[in-house]
Design a protein around this ligand. Structure first.
Ligand code: HEM
Length: 535
């Protein structure tokens, strides 16, 4: 099996003639030559079609099934292949101090990757200029099997409890009655979820519209663990920093201009840059923290609405990623690509970040529905190393996992009849110990507004202006209670932030009122004009 599914297909490029035309002729999927692809079979050339018209029925019924369900979130995306090269270090330390994951050991070692970038709320062909987080999902085909790092461009998230995710997405997606996206629904939810204030501060600033997929950062957002050979764990956060291509964001006006001409600008930018050999590169950095509650911090380190301050937890470079190959088939590679937060390798582990744990169920669950039970047999999702399971059958089974030379009759374990055996354990297990009541409770240090205020103050003045103006435009169409609650949240984050949004909101509302007065005046005037013309 190779990395891309189109290889090995019947009419590969090798078989093309000098004119660029393939020697191969058209067949159906049964291998029968197709001698007439222009006319269906009919009784006389004007008569009714016949039901035994196998070629036509096969062609049309496959076409009828060309679409699979789009991703419930992150439906619009683009992808590319490349590699990750480890530095063998985390900052100045040998990386093995923290993790035994093989992907990070041995400076200069390369691991193939596939990356999919995306927007979140829009449908599969929606404009790529949306004010929306961008997905940044990386599949590492490591020697120990696959590792997926499913992140976003922004370093934090809207909510910290996974039970809120479906409601959040419903509020951000179009209204179920009108099918229109509406900021009032979004801010209705956000105003009742004060932990979202920090994310909204990033999202409505220029950081909410990256210029394209190449010139943006990436982040794992949630907190993971690194485990070393002794089974000792540290908490870790991952960040992708663009190298030579830099970071670029758009103002709302710039985004509107791009969108008026091109709704696929980010996909096009990525494809064309790779096509002309301008390969985007990112450095992977980690932040590391000891695995405890850190009472000295005014937030919970497992809360994904928070940044870990870089003065206390510096970015440690661990490797770089280069994207140097475009997909050969968008559907096979990008649309069917399936990433999940549960896909970790030895030396990497889950933390108790509630969002991470909630996410981990969701991804493979949706992929079994969206792509099918055997989605891991597809070349884009299968590890590069051989797999050897006793899983069998199900829709679209493509091969069995029995390795050559093993007894194909034994699809169970344990067995003495040359079946598959359990692997040897490498390194000591990390065995966290728990002793607490099972509860449904919020966390103790929510600190919903502190970092939102810091982020506001850290922006440059033009970014603050954009933020205030974008928020006022969105809030202007919302119910007064929602407006008041949001202004209260921004004020708790930073007094100036709240005041500026309130003032701008009044200005936008007054302009909207004037405009609607002028429009109704215009209607009265034109009605009078019609009346006087008639009389
Ligand atoms: C895609 C669930 C939070 C990043 C998805 C998909 C689901 C999902 C069901 C579609 C997957 C597919 O069809 O293949 C959830 C749940 C969350 C959550 C339940 C919270 C409880 C997050 C967060 C991030 C994130 C916090 C950012 C770190 C992504 C990305 C994709 C995605 C990048 C697209 C992956 C791709 O390109 O195929 N998520 N998600 N999600 N999610 Fe989440």
């Amino acid at each position: 099996m190779t990395g891309t599914s189109v290889e090995g297909a019947g009419n590969s490029r090798d078989e093309r003639t000098g004119t660029g035309e393939s020697k191969e002729s058209l067949t159906n999927r049964q291998g029968h030559p197709v001698t007439d692809n222009q006319n269906v079979r009919t009784v006389g050339n004007r008569g009714p079609t016949t039901l035994e018209n196998y070629d036509f029925l096969e062609k049309i019924s496959h076409f009828d099934r060309e679409r699979i369900p789009e991703r419930v979130v992150h439906a619009r995306g683009a992808g590319a292949h490349g590699y990750f090269e480890t530095y063998g270090k985390a900052g100045d330390e040998d990386v093995s101090t923290y993790t035994r994951a093989k992907v990070f050991q041995g400076a200069g070692k390369q691991t193939p990757v596939f990356v999919r970038f995306s927007t979140v709320a829009g449908a599969k062909e929606s404009p790529e200029t949306a004010r929306d987080p961008r997905g940044f999902a990386v599949k590492f085909y490591t020697e120990d099997g696959n590792w997926d790092l499913v992140g976003n461009n922004l370093k934090i998230f809207f909510v910290r409890d996974p039970i809120k995710f479906p409601d959040m997405i419903h509020a951000f997606k179009p209204d179920p009655v009108t099918n229109i996206q509406n900021p009032e629904r979004m801010f209705d939810f956000i105003s009742q979820s004060p932990e979202a204030t920090h994310m909204v501060t990033f999202l409505f600033s220029p950081w909410g519209i990256p210029a394209n997929y190449r010139q943006m950062q990436g982040s794992g957002v949630n907190t993971y663990k690194w485990v070393n050979a002794e089974g000792k764990a540290v908490l870790v956060k991952y960040h992708w920093e663009p190298l030579s291509q830099g970071i670029r964001n758009l103002t709302q006006k710039e985004a509107d201009e791009v969108q008026s001409k091109n709704t696929s600008h980010a996909t096009q930018d990525l494809y064309e840059a790779i096509d002309r050999g301008e390969y985007p590169e990112w450095e992977l950095c980690v932040q590391i923290m000891s695995d405890d509650e850190h009472p000295e911090l005014d937030f919970d380190p497992l809360d994904d609405t928070k940044l870990w301050p870089t003065d206390k937890f510096p970015f440690l470079p661990v490797g770089k990623m280069v994207l140097n190959k475009n997909p050969e088939n968008f559907f096979a590679e990008v649309e069917q690509a399936s990433f999940g937060t549960g896909v970790l390798v030895d030396g990497l582990d889950f933390s108790d970040d509630k969002m991470l744990q909630g996410r981990t169920f969701s991804y493979s669950d949706t992929q079994r529905y969206r792509v099918g039970a055997n989605y891991l047999q597809l070349p884009i999702n299968a590890p590069k190393k051989r797999v050897a399971t006793n899983q069998r059958d199900g829709q679209s089974t493509y091969y069995v996992d029995t390795p050559p030379g093993k007894n194909p009759h034994v699809n169970y374990e344990p067995s003495v009849l040359d079946g598959l055996k359990e692997a040897e354990r490498e390194g000591k297990d990390h065995q966290p110990h728990y002793n607490d009541k099972l509860v449904r409770e919020p966390i103790d240090r929510p600190n919903n507004f502190g970092q939102a205020g810091e982020t506001y103050r850290n922006f440059e003045e033009w970014e603050r202006e954009e933020l205030v103006s974008n928020l006022a435009d969105a809030l202007a169409v919302c119910h007064t209670t929602i407006q008041e609650t949001m202004i209260d949240h921004f004020t708790q984050a930073d007094e100036e932030y709240g005041r500026r949004v309130a003032e701008k909101l009044e200005q936008v509302k007054a302009e909207m009122k004037n405009q609607s007065n002028e429009e109704s005046l215009g209607t009265i005037k034109s009605e009078k004009a019609v009346y006087s013309a008639q009389s």
